[in-house]
Structure formats: C-alpha cells, structure tokens
Design a protein around this ligand. Structure first.
Ligand code: ADP
Ligand code: MG
Length: 485
C-alpha cells in the first residue's frame, strides 16, 4: 500500500511529500483580541476593532491560545522554545484589513517534533515535524452572494491558528493520509483543535515533488487548502502524475502554488511560488517577544492526557490486544474510554470484538455519536457478563444486543422479556436430541454407517427444536456421544 515508487513510462519514480497543516486553536477568543471565535455566527458579528484593523488598536496576546500551542507542541514531541517572536507577514488581500498577518517566522513557539504513523504490516514510521507556529487567520471573501459584488466576513479575522509544518518525509499518498489522521487524533485528544476539515478548522497545504529513487529532492509544487483527507490523497496522486509526465517529456517543474479542483479531480496553477522575502517579514513592534517560564511549561506538561501511542501500547500490554485492534480502539479518546468501560474486569479480547464489531456496526448505521448510543458501556459490559457465565451463546447475544439497541434495556431485562436464556440443562438438550434421533432414524443409520457429514444436519435439527437456545458446545458433545452409541 505504501510502495515507495510509482511507475512512469521510463521507469520508477519516488513521490516526496511534505504537509503544512493549519489547525484552528480551540479557544473562546481570538489570538490578539477578546472577540468570540465560534464557527457559523452571523457575518461580521464577532469582530473587534483589533480584528478590523482600526488605526491605533493594539493586539493583546491570549494566554490560553499560547497554552494550547504549547500543549500541542508537547503532544507532537516538539521542542518548546522558551522565547519566540511574532512577525508581520505583509501582503494585500481584501479580507486582510491590516495588510499583514501576525505570524511567527524566524523564532516559532515550537521547534522540531515528530509524529509516528503505523503502516500496514505492523511497521511504524516517524514523520519529522519541522516547526509549529502561531498565526492569525484572515477573514473570508464571499464571492457567491451577489452577481457583481464580493462580500467580506471578518468573523474569522484574527482567530488563532497553529501552522504545523512537516518535513518532506512522506513517500506515498497513504502515508500523508495516515499522518493527517494521526495528527488529528492527537489534536482531538488534547482538545487543542477540533480537527473538523469540513468546517475548515483543519486545512492542509500539500507539497509534492518526484524524483528518481536515490536522487536529490526535486522541485516541489504546493497545492493549497485541500479540505479532506480523501482529497489530499487524490491531489498527491494527480500532482505526482502531472510532474512525472512533464519530466519524462524532457520538461522541468516550475515551483508554483496550485489549487485542487475536486470536481475535475486535478490541480491547476494559481500563482508562481512566492518567496519569504516577498512578505517583508519583520518583528511586530506592537508585541514583545513571548517568553515562557519553566514552571508554566512544566504545569502544562503535567496536565497532558495519555495520548494515542501511549494508550495503544498500554492496551496491547494490559488487555493483550493485537496492535491492530488497539490502534482502532485508541483512534479517538471517547472510543478508548468506552472500550475501557466495557473491558474492565472482563474478557478484554471479547470486549474488543464487541466494541469494534457489532457495537460500531450499529453505531455507524444509526449515524449517532458515541455518547448518544442507546447501549452504553455498562450495558454492553452486562451483555458480555451473560456470555461469560454461559447464559447466552454468541448467537443469542447478537439477538439480545439488537433488542437492547431498540429498547435501551439491560441485557438481563431483554433475556427475561424474550426468554432468550441459553439452555445449558443437559437433560433438556438430551431430550431434544432423543426426539430428533427418533424422528430421523434413517439418517442416524446413515451417519453410523460412515456418512459423518450428516453431523451438521443433526446439530441444526436440535438447535431448531430448542428455538436456537441450546448451548452449542453442549449440543455438540451430547450429539457425538449419542450418535456414536
Ligand atoms: P513555504 O511557506 O514556502 O511553503 P514552508 O517551510 O512553510 O515553506 O513549507 C515547506 C513545506 O514543503 C514543508 O512541509 C516541507 O516538508 C515541504 N517540502 C520542502 N521541500 C520539498 C520537496 N522537494 N518535495 C516535497 N515537499 C517539500
Ligand atoms: Mg507553504
């Protein structure tokens, strides 16, 4: 799946991918103003004088956003820089009233870090993170509200973003998808970004180049603002193919900024690549360097939750799960907590099968969120207890689960209401077997004369006679004994 090369007409090529992720910080207020940062509000209803860049307004840094960035930095094993600087990045845009964005350039708040991705086959790969810096978001131009006018909504202007830049360490679209999934999972565990790509609170610029294996890095193109993981995959695939075709035809790649067109499934040129010096970065004279004290960083470090990788390792060790099962269960924090609620004190493997199997199948079909599921962790645990003590066979348990989902009852309530208790009474099962054998004496004779594949037929008949409630293991044992004799 993550083959390192793709085949061109003249031989194999290697893709090189680096991602820049813009993650909107979860915070009540903006990075340098007290205006609200909620999504979906009435246009221009959350705009302070600072966000509208009125002359003479001064930015005041939001300490909570800083804490969120530090937390995220620690979550991606990043070096927390004790001193960082806010710069002005100058450019003109209708939805950027100040004419510059406050960002960080030479001295970001977080330096080198790493995100580990799990490749198929149990192999993991470390993707380097170059830096994480804080910056303001711009406003939004609305081109589709009027035939000849463009409207500007400044609600987003000044909202805190973390830009997380990866090293060009990925070699296949699938690796980029795994990196984004893992990064999003970490951000959500930390509560520092909701990771919602459809609402734009996590956006991705995709840098792609190709080279012959073993050669130096090729010239990259940057595909801007790709807003789903599926599109990231497709954009990489398309962009690499486009570059290979140019190179194989003897051409060269122009470093440029491109757009992804999800309808046509292709990238197209937006502008030639701007250089850092085009932005005339300089330290914002309204803001002092940001200095973090040790005690503050230590306090934040102490408040960190257990993150997916650590949780996965613990699940494998404590619950004896496969790395794959553990990976599925820790992908988000709610699922992991739910699983632990079910597994604690029970057969952990069976609990994992139920959570990842029937429970998720029903949940996905219902379109409900985990917290709204009609069967909570305690009730699912109760069902597993009834399997453990022999009250329910696996098959009956599925039936009970379905009824629990409908009625919100406990497993025991359903078992009693529907009379679904497994029959483990030897006498009752023997009676059913005797009746079947008497009725099917011909088949009994055939079986005894060597037609052993008839055994399944007898099992089916006994199960039918007991309305599916006989303990399957007991039926097997008793049938073997009686048919044998
Ligand atoms: P810029 O702001 O100019 O886009 P950044 O340093 O913010 O520059 O981001 C550069 C991104 O491009 C990083 O994610 C990096 O990994 C990636 N990158 C750099 N060189 C290459 C290359 N040759 N091929 C693919 N990606 C690259
Ligand atoms: Mg860039």
């Amino acid at each position: 799946m993550t083959a390192a090369t793709i085949q061109g007409k003249t031989g194999p090529w290697e893709m090189v991918i680096g991602l820049e992720v813009h993650a909107q910080v979860v915070a009540k207020a903006k990075l340098f103003s007290g205006a609200a940062a909620d999504f979906g509000a009435e246009p221009n209803s959350q705009v302070s004088l600072v966000d509208a860049a009125m002359p003479g307004m001064l930015p005041v840094i939001n300490a909570y956003c800083i804490e969120q960035a530090v937390k995220t930095g620690l979550g991606i094993a990043g070096a927390i820089n004790r001193r960082s600087i806010f710069d002005r990045k100058n450019y003109f845009y209708a939805d950027l009233p100040a004419g510059y964005q406050i960002s960080q350039y030479s001295d970001p708040i977080v330096g080198r870090g790493a995100v580990t991705i799990d490749l198929p086959g149990g192999v993991s790969k470390v993707i380097g993170v170059t830096r994480l810096h804080l910056e303001q978001d711009a406003g939004k131009s609305l081109h589709d509200r009027h035939p000849t006018l463009t409207f500007v909504d400044l609600n987003r202007s000044g909202v805190a973003l973390m830009e997380i830049v990866s090293e060009p360490d990925m070699r296949a679209p699938e690796e980029a998808a795994l990196y984004l999934t893992k990064l999003r999972s970490i951000l959500r565990y930390l509560g520092t970004c909701d990771g919602n790509m459809e609402e734009g609170s996590m956006r991705c610029d995709v840098n792609v180049s190709v080279r012959r294996p073993g050669e130096d890095l090729g010239t990259r193109c940057e595909v801007k603002n790709v807003n789903s993981i599926r599109y990231v995959r497709q954009a990489i695939e398309h962009e690499a193919g486009r570059q290979i075709a140019i190179l194989e035809a003897g051409g060269g790649i122009d470093q440029e900024t491109r757009l992804w067109d999800p309808v046509k499934g292709e990238t197209r040129s937006m502008r030639s690549k701007e250089e850092a010096h085009d932005y005339r970065y300089f330290p914002d004279p309204d803001l002092l360097p940001l200095v973090l004290c040790e005690a503050e960083v230590a306090r934040i470090e102490g408040s960190m939750p257990e993150l997916p990788d650590a949780k996965k390792a613990r699940f494998v060790a404590a619950y004896d799960l496969s790395a794959y099962d553990a990976g599925v269960l820790v992908a988000d924090r709610e699922t992991a907590d739910f699983y632990e609620g079910v597994a604690r004190g029970r057969d952990a493997k069976l609990a994992a099968n139920w959570v990842a199997g029937d429970f998720f199948a029903f949940l996905n079909k219902s379109g409900k969120a985990l917290a709204e599921a009609p069967v909570d962790a305690g009730r699912l645990g109760g069902l597993i207890d009834l399997i453990g003590d022999g009250t329910l066979s696996g098959r009956l348990a599925k039936e009970v689960f379905e009824a629990m989902w409908e009625s919100r009852e406990s497993a025991l309530q359903v078992v009693e209401r529907l009379g679904l208790k497994q029959i483990s009474d030897t006498g009752a099962i023997e009676a059913a077997i005797d009746a079947v054998m008497a009725r099917e004496s011909g088949k009994v004779a055939e079986y005894r004369s060597g037609k052993e594949k008839l055994f399944g037929f007898f099992v089916g008949q006994v199960m039918r006679a007991t309305a599916g409630k006989a303990n399957p293991a007991l039926v097997n044992d008793l049938l073997k004994r009686k048919l044998g004799g």
